[in-house]
Design a protein around this ligand. Structure first.
Ligand code: SF4
Length: 357
């Protein structure tokens, strides 16, 4: 990789081929004097997970050389990984500019799910989230986002069937790149993962929710809610001072009206902060009549974090009360918390990791 970085410093014009849509790739190859249909061949190879142009065995030597002269193909490198007792694997990937991101592989009954990052750091500052503590560096490109899935497949040997944008970063703060990556993931000629198996989680950026409503794609929208009261939510999530709960709920109602799709509200239960019977009843009132599901998550411990998770009894009582009042609620199974791979625990570097062999 050091060699590749040195080469790139001397060749700033090199584009990451994984950032290009099929149409963009067609334009690039035609400009290089190639027939348009060659782009389809190259595009298909990219999603087979190849790491070099030489692996594209049905291309001519001349075309492979042109590709090498104008594009980079590998933009993400495995730095280290950690495996949880429950089988969850957290990967630390290094990008071409030397920054690092984390991605997680989780095993469920239905198959393998990848939790991926979309930014290096995050601007949103949610105080239960380790990603907030690392500050913001930059947004990832579409190619860097989708490469996490390809690398996880390569490293684990498992086929990913579900993707969640719940890693580092706020997806709607990197809207265009995230949407482009979603198209790559969903494209039958790309990763071919059904839209219903792709979930995007936002802290509640209203303009992003509105744009997402008009995308005409059946992905799942998840909202990090965590409280139905503005004062409590603002104390956990600074974004609530900009977009208050009523505005977020209003945008979600419009989304449901437009798409007829259910919204998932994520609610991290924090002992003594948002987990009382009164909190549950307040939430019921807020979500009354909405096509939604509440995903209750025990808040996870982070370095210097001030929150403690609610007891199992309190979580079950909260869930049961919501269900009793007609709001569908479940408690999310905790995966990877022993290796800091669970919700809110991802950062840009990991401790006690296994180095790549
Ligand atoms: S919870 Fe999401 S939006 Fe909030 S700081 Fe963490 S990564 Fe950013």
């Amino acid at each position: 990789m050091a060699f590749l970085l040195r080469c790139l410093k001397g060749r700033p014009e090199m584009k990451n081929i994984r950032d290009l849509s099929l149409e963009e790739l067609e334009e690039e190859l035609v400009a290089l004097g190639e027939k348009k249909y060659r782009a389809k061949q190259v595009y298909a190879w990219l999603f087979k997970g190849v790491n070099s142009f030489d692996e594209m065995t049905d291309l001519s030597k001349e075309l492979i050389q042109k590709l090498k002269d104008h594009f980079i193909i590998e933009c993400l490198f495995l730095d280290s990984f950690q495996q949880s007792k429950d089988g969850t694997i957290k990967y630390l990937f290094r990008l071409l500019d030397g920054h690092k991101i984390e991605s997680v592989l989780m095993k469920y009954k239905f198959g393998y799910s990848a939790c991926i990052s979309n930014q290096i750091g995050c601007k949103m500052g949610c105080n239960f989230c380790a990603s907030a503590g690392i500050g913001f560096v930059r947004s990832l490109t579409a190619g860097e986002i989708v490469s996490q899935i390809l690398k996880i497949q390569e490293c684990s040997g498992e086929k990913i069937s579900n993707v969640v944008f719940m890693g580092i970063g706020e997806p709607f703060d990197n809207y265009d790149n995230v949407m482009k990556a979603i198209r790559f993931i969903n494209d039958p000629k790309g990763l071919n993962i059904g839209a219903r198996h792709i979930s995007v989680s936002t802290c509640g950026l209203i303009d992003g929710i509105e744009k997402f409503s008009n995308e005409n794609i059946q992905c799942n929208l998840c909202i990090s809610l965590h409280s139905s009261k503005d004062d409590v939510r603002s104390s956990m999530m600074p974004i609530n001072k900009k977009y208050a709960i009523d505005e977020v709920i209003g945008a979600c109602k419009k989304y449901i009206e437009k798409t007829n799709r259910r919204v998932t509200f994520e609610y991290a239960l924090v002992d003594g902060v948002n987990d009382s019977r009164e909190d549950a009843l307040h939430l019921v009132k807020l979500l009354h009549g909405m096509l939604c599901h509440v995903n209750l998550i025990p808040v996870n411990k982070i370095k210097n974090g001030k929150y403690e998770k609610s007891s199992v009894e309190k979580m079950m009582a909260f869930r049961d009360l919501l269900n009793e009042k007609g709001i569908v609620a479940t408690i999310r199974r905790e995966l990877g918390s022993d290796i800091a791979a669970a919700c809110g625990q991802l950062v840009m570097d990991n401790q006690g990791e296994k180095k790549k062999d």
